[in-house]
Design a protein around this ligand. Sequence first.
Ligand code: ADP
Length: 425
Amino acid sequence: MRKVIIGVGLLLATGALVGWSYGNLERGLLVAAALVLLWMLRNLVFLERAIQRDDFTAFRFGEGICQQLFSQFRYERERGDRYKSQRLQLLKEIRRSTRAMPDGAIILDAQLEIITCNRAAKSLAGLKPKKDRGQRVDNIIRDPALTELLRANDPAMTADIESPLQDYAWLNCRLVPYGAGQKLLIIRDVTERMRLNKMRRDFIANASHELRSPLTVICGYLDSFVDEASVPAEMRQPILQMQAQAQRMSGIVQDLLQLSHVEGSGGAGDDELVDVHAVLTAAADTYSSLDSSPEIRLEVESSARIIGVTREIESVVANLVSNAVRHTPKTGRIRLSWRVTDAGAELGVSDNGEGIAEQHIPRLTERFFRVDRGRSRADGGIGLGLAIVKHILQRHDARLEIKSAPGQGSEFRCCFPAERVSAAS
Ligand code: ADP
């Protein structure tokens, strides 16, 4: 660049000198400036042609301003090409890996309209990337559980839906945030898991069902032996023990049957209005009459009803209250509450009994989970009560919240959404 400036300066100085020697300095300077301009114009025309033809042979050597522009241009272009090929390579890698993924991946924009999807999404959910682009995903895959998942927009939530392509096939969907304002809908084939779950449920239901009739006969005979005066005195104690164990077994079979009935059986019907006040009053009366029961207090603030199944809500209350009675000393206190909230309504069972350590709380609703196995067995529990409660609440679109601290007591709150609550008529 310095050389160019020096050259231009020299040309102007020569023009001025020649002009001055002829007695007209300005004209000499003007002619020199016009020559500089013409030279630059020529170079620019050559450069423009070279860019158009993509042939820079004429600029490869030399140190003029155009050569410098050319080398800068070439450097930037090569850098751009390198960057572009790296990006293309990366894109190819991403495409290859999403194509190899067994799970379907659908990229959605902020309006939940399809941008693109991988091969597995096509085979699992029947998506056609070109045809379906720009369509809302719930217009293509129509399932209430998917609509709910999209509405909730919670990455921790999943929804099991029936395959739109195949009978008896199930897909698990999860929606996670992706890119700027976009979302990624991940679809996984869970047919095998659902099949095994169904097999397990059917097995438990069938086995429990088959056990019920012989147990009824055994309990019946034992009841009559207990009342039978001719039974020898030394047999009385063993018969009483057999009766207690047979009754316990009957309770377990009933719990197993109820769990397999409520588990995975869809939403509860909406043709009954459950009178929660009456259900809580009946439970308080039943359990207060037990010798071991602490004081049971009712705090009913609303006459609202639950839209659902009375028998099932009774079972929720019975399980929660019997737990509270078993885990609270006679000197303690149990509170049964019912109130309407901004989000719906809450049914609560709290006690100031022994409480539960924090690490056990997330596992309480697992079937057969007991904090203290030995003790639970002794007091009749087998760890099915809270699993039944959880599934009944799920059927009523409600959730169970548990707060507890060892030595301070526990609080179990069943939170019903507004759609499941009806003001009492
Ligand atoms: P179980 O039939 O053994 O009572 P549940 O599923 O009803 O089974 O309860 C699981 C475990 O949770 C119980 O073993 C018990 O340790 C604990 N639990 C439930 N309710 C209470 C409570 N109110 N206070 C203390 N522990 C409780």
